[in-house]
Every structure is written in structure tokens, then in C-alpha cells.
Ligand binder design. Structure first.
Ligand code: ATP
Ligand code: MG
Length: 400
């Protein structure tokens, strides 16, 4: 028999794809001569300091991140924090002032316009918040627009556009004009237009923000459904914490032109980097989003619980040689040697926290968590549970 102290995996979503986009030290300043502002930013100056000293508006002070194949990477942040500027630099709709953007290892910032255009044609589509549909063209013609610009023959682009409309549930509306469609339907046409190109990367800037809440939730579900089939690489900008939490494999939170934190939704909920990040997710219901594995800690690290008067552990979590959970042992006071194994049903690592509140509260010891195959993941203490659920309240206090 072996005792192991496993490290919790610490993430609710697994993104295993290779890195597709690498962004390093990307900056954008809006000035005829960007050099002085860039020099300040490299020294760590804030956007406000550059504005004050040089009267130059900074779009992005510094951004570095990797995006992996098949992941939905959500960028969040207050208005003016630089989200659109970042995403628009990825396809050079906005020309970076400096920095690297590598797509599959190739630096896009160094490509000639014509090389860039051919890369973008093959790999990237962008979906905007304003649906940006052409009013005098039908849904089908709008969906085919990107292909037309790319020079695809008519019959072929018609087939591709129809297939894309079908995928967003609009094939019956192919001959309708945008004015005859609801906002949600127009947004679907915008999505179909992006899909018709069959891009490996989709850039979506507040794509669903103009929709009312029910249709918006619908579109999020639609995107997740499509994503299960296609596994594209998606960069998605959102203002909305719930939307970000629902869609994201990972989230980057932007603050004043810099990235305040990058992490999985669970990582960010569990340990926000600062009060700005914490405030963003204040209203999010952590018990719905976090799973048992997100809170599981090695036994013994759960502060203030499961320990006797003298700091000795009151419980031991037994595993076999293969790391499979075998049960909990209650250890007696030092010296008396009494131990008892009790049959406590462990929690499934993927169980939503919400379903475990009662069990964590009622269990005599921190609740053990196991993988589906029985491997021991760690334990959830009452203290850890309360801390996770209490984020909102403490954030409020800190913000006074
Ligand atoms: N063309 C431009 N000229 C000058 N300043 C600009 C330009 N475009 C953006 N900016 C500035 O860059 C900063 C970042 O703007 P950006 O549009 O990227 O923000 P955002 O996070 O997308 O905001 P929102 O949530 O309102 O869309 C802002 O201070 C903005 O004023
Ligand atoms: Mg924007």
C-alpha cells in the first residue's frame, strides 16, 4: 500500500492541440511616430502615462500569448482595454507597431501584403458585432461573399454557402434579404459567411453582443455545437463573464492595453490575479462552473481542516500501488494507535461543485475526489469550498 500526494490537475478544460498562433510583445500605438511611445511601453509605462507624457493613444501596451489548435480563446476586458485592437492585429486589419504574430511558426508581421492575403484567405475568417451584411444581397449571396472576394467560381461558392447556411439552420432563408431577417438570423448569416470559407481560425469580435439574451444563448450553443464537429481555433472577444465562462477553453483578461491574466475559466475563478479580474467574474456562479477536480487539493494542504490539535492529520487517504482510491483512515490521537477505515463514497472529479455542496458539508473529513477510473485526485475541504463560493462577496468588500 502506498500513500500518494497527487497534484490536482487544476483545470476544467483540456486543450491539447499544438500551438497555432504565437503572439509576442505585440504593441499598437496610434501615432505618426510610434518610437517614443514604444520606448516608454517597453520600460513598462502605462497607457495613461504615455497619454499624459506624449499625448499618444495606446491601443495595446503589450500582449504575449499562445493559442492552441482547437481551442476557444476568449479575450475579455473593459471597453477601451485593447481587445479589438489585439484581434485586428492578428489578421493585420490593424497594423502592429511592433511585435511578432506567428501562425504555424510563420511571422505574419513580416509577410508582404499579397502573401498575407493568401494566408488569410486560407486560414482566417472574421465575424463582427455589427453583422456587416450587404443589404441588397440575399442571405445566400451574403454567405458567399467571402468566397466571391477570394475568386471562387459561382457554382462552387453557391454550394459552399448553402452548406454553411444549412449548418446554422438557415437553408430555408437562403433567398431572403437581411432586412427580412431577425437580428439573430442576421448574425447567423454572418457566421455562415465566416464558415463558408472553412477557415481553420475564426476571429470573432463581440460577435453575439448585439443579440438579446435568449438568442445570444442560442448562438453560443450553436457555436459550441459547431466547434465539437470542426474543432477550429477560435479567438472570441466578449464583454460578458457568463458568455466567456461558457465558451472559453482559456480566457485572457485585458486591462489598460495589457493582459492581466490568462487561464482556464476554473483557474481564473479560483485564483483571480487581481481585483480587476476578480470584479469581472463577481456575478458568475462558481458552483455551476467549477467541478470537483478544480477544487481538489492534496490531502493535508487543506488549511485548518482534517487536522488534530497538534497539526497531525486526523485522516489518511489510502490508495493502492496504481493510485486507485481505497478509502479513508481515521487516525487516533498520537500514541493511541487506533485507526478505522470508513466507507466514504468519493466524489467524481467531473461532478459540478453544485452537486457536492451537501456532501462536503456533511462529510466527517475533506471529501475525496476520484477520476472515473478510480484514480485519487485529492480532497475538497469545507474551507476550500467556502473560499471558492465566497469570491464575489470578498471582491465587493475589497472594492469598498
Ligand atoms: N484608430 C484608432 N485611432 C486612435 N486610437 C484608437 C484607434 N482604435 C482604437 N484606439 C484606442 O485604442 C484603445 C483600445 O481600443 P479597442 O477598440 O481595442 O478597445 P476594446 O477593448 O475593443 O473596447 P470595446 O469593448 O469598447 O470594443 C482605446 O483607447 C481606443 O481609443
Ligand atoms: Mg472592441
Amino acid at each position: 500500500m502506498t500513500m500518494i500526494l497527487p497534484t490536482p490537475t487544476g483545470s476544467s478544460s483540456v486543450t491539447t492541440g499544438e500551438v497555432r498562433l504565437t503572439v509576442r510583445n505585440l504593441r499598437k500605438v496610434f501615432a505618426d511616430d510610434p518610437k517614443p511611445a514604444l520606448a516608454m511601453l517597453r520600460q513598462g509605462a502605462t497607457k495613461a502615462e504615455v497619454l499624459q507624457r506624449l499625448n499618444v493613444n495606446v491601443g495595446v501596451a503589450e500582449a504575449s500569448f499562445d493559442i492552441r489548435a482547437g481551442e476557444i480563446f476568449v479575450i475579455m476586458g473593459l471597453s477601451g482595454s485593447g481587445k479589438s485592437t489585439v484581434i485586428r492585429m492578428l489578421n493585420r486589419l490593424v497594423e502592429p507597431s511592433e511585435g511578432e504574430i506567428r501562425l504555424d511558426g510563420r511571422d505574419l508581421t513580416r509577410l508582404s501584403r499579397s502573401d498575407l492575403v493568401s494566408v488569410l484567405r486560407r486560414d482566417m475568417s472574421m465575424v463582427f458585432q455589427s453583422f456587416a451584411l450587404l443589404p441588397n444581397r440575399t442571405a445566400l449571396e451574403n454567405a458567399a461573399f467571402g468566397l466571391e472576394v477570394a475568386g471562387m467560381p459561382r457554382a462552387q461558392r453557391r454550394t459552399a454557402a448553402l452548406a454553411a447556411l444549412d449548418r446554422v439552420g438557415l437553408s430555408a432563408y437562403a433567398d431572403r434579404y437581411p432586412g427580412e431577417l431577425s437580428g439573430g438570423m442576421q448574425q447567423r448569416v454572418g457566421l455562415a459567411r465566416a464558415l463558408a470559407k472553412n477557415p481553420t481560425i475564426m476571429l470573432m469580435d463581440e460577435a453575439f453582443s448585439a443579440l438579446d439574451p435568449l438568442i445570444r444563448a442560442d448562438m453560443q450553443g450553436e457555436l459550441l455545437r459547431l466547434q465539437r464537429e470542426d474543432a477550429r481555433t477560435i479567438v472570441f472577444i466578449s464583454h460578458d463573464a457568463d458568455e466567456a465562462m461558457r465558451l472559453a477553453d482559456r480566457i485572457a483578461v485585458m486591462e489598460e492595453g495589457r493582459i492581466a491574466q490568462i487561464g482556464t475559466p476554473a483557474e481564473i475563478l479560483r485564483s483571480p490575479a487581481d481585483d480587476y479580474v476578480r470584479a469581472f467574474f463577481r456575478g458568475v456562479d462558481a458552483s455551476r462552473l467549477l467541478r470537483a477536480r478544480d477544487l481538489a487539493q492534496p490531502p493535508g494542504s487543506a488549511a485548518g481542516e482534517g487536522f488534530g490539535e497538534h497539526g497531525e492529520p486526523r485522516f489518511r487517504y489510502r490508495t493502492d500501488g496504481a493510485g486507485l482510491f481505497r478509502g479513508v483512515v481515521a487516525t487516533g490521537r498520537a500514541g493511541d494507535g487506533a485507526t478505522a477505515l470508513f466507507g466514504l463514497e468519493p466524489a467524481d472529479a467531473d461532478a459540478p461543485l453544485q452537486s457536492l455542496l451537501g456532501r462536503v458539508a456533511a462529510a466527517p473529513c475533506p471529501l475525496p475526489v476520484v477520476e472515473a477510473d478510480g484514480r485519487f485526485v485529492g480532497v475538497i475541504s469545507r474551507a476550500a469550498l467556502l473560499a471558492a463560493l465566497d469570491r464575489g462577496a470578498s471582491a465587493e468588500v475589497r472594492h469598498g
